[in-house]
Design a binder for this molecule. Structure first.
Ligand code: G1P
Length: 300
């Protein structure tokens, strides 16, 4: 038998270039705003949420993006269409991304949505960025870049972004159990979806950004519905941990946080934060708000 020529693993081969953006949730917590439009199209400041997300992906050097959408989500496809070149908008790096679209026909959970991406991933590691979360970062090396370099160096089964949340809010997130000390990068021994505060192993929550090895697809096939009777990505990660695979976490840094548009309070907060930071109108808006808050409801 002929010996196979040894392939050198060049830099290009190791590069992670693909991202999957699950955006199939129904947005029921945002009714009536989401009666006829996807929540990912709600503007946060000047741009719809989905544009913030794909800008983050482009800035991290990713090239190909698979959007997983569902019923009533066509507006996302239209928005990301590169040929829609509106007057005066100019060219932005996210417009160079190649977009692919797939559908999750029934809302069976985040793990099920990620499972749709198996042919797209084609046996390579890939990023998952939740379409309803924006990561605001003033760090020199933004979160996703740090995650990609950790993943490329350590080759774990998954690299998960985590942020500290208030103890009483742990039941809204996937919560990790660190193996030892929690530095900026650390390994975990467990991850639990939406635990009650009394059962939570920490207050470090999965923050909507993952780098996943293709082994995740096999795990997704083997999990049962969990919290909310949905297939949870957290449960697939947990299964991999139980089988001895390594999962590492990258902590959000100072000056970095996640804006979640999944419910009205966090959506209002996200909109206010990014509008107040608007380079052109932020200062005027701030002055107007100050007057409204202290001046007792006068218009103008
Ligand atoms: C999802 C994940 C959860 C994660 C959260 C925030 O939950 O299942 O583990 O902490 O996103 O990124 P959801 O907000 O869809 O309920």
């Amino acid at each position: 038998m002929r010996k196979r020529p040894q392939r050198r693993r060049g830099a290009a081969e190791r590069l992670i270039t693909k991202a999957v953006v699950p955006a199939a949730g129904r947005g029921t917590r945002l009714l009536p705003a989401t009666r006829s439009q996807p929540k990912e199209m709600l503007p946060v400041g000047r741009k719809p949420t989905i544009q913030h997300v794909v800008e983050e992906l482009a800035a991290a050097g990713l090239r190909e993006v698979l959007l997983i959408s569902g019923q009533g989500k066509r507006a996302i496809e239209d928005h990301l269409d590169r040929d829609v070149n509106l007057h005066g908008e100019g060219h932005h790096p996210w417009m160079d991304l190649r977009f692919f679209h797939a559908r999750q026909s029934a809302p069976r959970g985040l793990a099920d949505a990620v499972g749709v991406a198996e042919p797209f991933a084609a046996g390579q590691p890939f990023v998952v960025a939740l379409g309803d979360s924006i990561v605001v970062s003033r760090a020199r090396e933004p979160l996703l870049k740090r995650m990609l370099s950790v993943h490329t160096k350590r080759r774990p089964a998954a690299t998960v972004a985590v942020e500290e949340v208030p103890h009483e809010a742990v039941n809204r997130y996937g919560i990790v159990a660190p193996k030892g000390e929690t530095n900026s990068v650390f390994a975990i021994r467990d991850i639990v979806e939406k635990p009650s505060p009394s059962k939570a192993p920490s207050n470090l929550a999965a923050a909507g950004r993952y780098v996943l090895a293709p082994v995740i697809f096999d795990a997704i096939r083997r999990i049962e519905p969990g919290v909310g009777r949905e297939l949870q990505l957290t449960d697939a990660l947990r299964l991999l941990l139980r089988e001895g695979q390594e999962i590492v976490c990258v902590r959000l840094r100072k000056g970095e946080h996640r804006l979640d548009i999944g419910n009205f309070l966090s959506y209002f907060q996200a909109f206010l934060e990014l509008s107040l930071a608007d380079p052109e109108l932020g200062a005027t808006l701030r002055a107007w708000m100050r007057a409204r808050l202290h001046g007792g409801g006068k218009e103008g």
